[in-house]
Design a protein around this ligand. Sequence first.
Ligand SMILES: [Mg+2]
Length: 265
Amino acid sequence: MALRPSSLYEAYIFDLDGTVYLGDALLPTAGETITRLRALGRRTVFLSNNPTHTRDEYAVRLTHLGLPTPREDIINSSVVMVDFLRRAMPTARLFVVGEEPLKRDLRDGGFELTEDAEQVDAVIASFDRTFAYRKLQTAFDAICHGARFFATNADRYCPVPGGGEPDAASMIAAIEACTNTRVEAVVGKPSRYMAEAILGLLQMPPEAAIMTGDRLETDVLMGLDAGMAAALTLTGATSVETLAASGIRPTYVIRRLGDLLPDGV
Ligand SMILES: [Mg+2]
């Protein structure tokens, strides 16, 4: 593991929560580093497992933080879920254990949403701060009636200032526990679906890109599995102790995004 790349990459893929910002503020050196990479003609794109915001909302947020970004340069797990379902079950009726932005993205993607368990073709589990027993009951009934079971992401918690919020892993676990059914596919990081979406957007070979994020088991693993370089930033969910105990070995370990710039750049 190196501390700093010795040369520039063509494209820089950034996780958002815990990597570029935390809560409402950019993390130290994030703004100037991304601005510098853009000035050097490098592509910068953003990847989030969090489907509680649409890509338009992410674009507005980054732009307000001083990083003007078009919606096309942001991919989150709801965008990848729409692509996945269009290929796997294009006419599926869905029951969504998730928040309004994900439901909107799925409806805009052409899918019908229903709460009638007998009508459900697939249950979609996600980060849901409105999770309730009634939703668990509907998911249970639907899967018992033969519905398939997918999830946007499998993060345990989402880092926020001062702590974290229980994320999609908790909703998946609740549904798995009562139905005794394993989730069939999780489309967010580290899945190949997410990696294919980002490489399709970049239109370049994986070796030309570097993935930077604060989580070993999602950001770093996806980058390495896809053939990219991967940098772990210690600004979010991962401590040096967690890194030492993990079998996942990032290409670089950085303390701030500024460490992505080679010496002298
Ligand atoms: Mg993160």
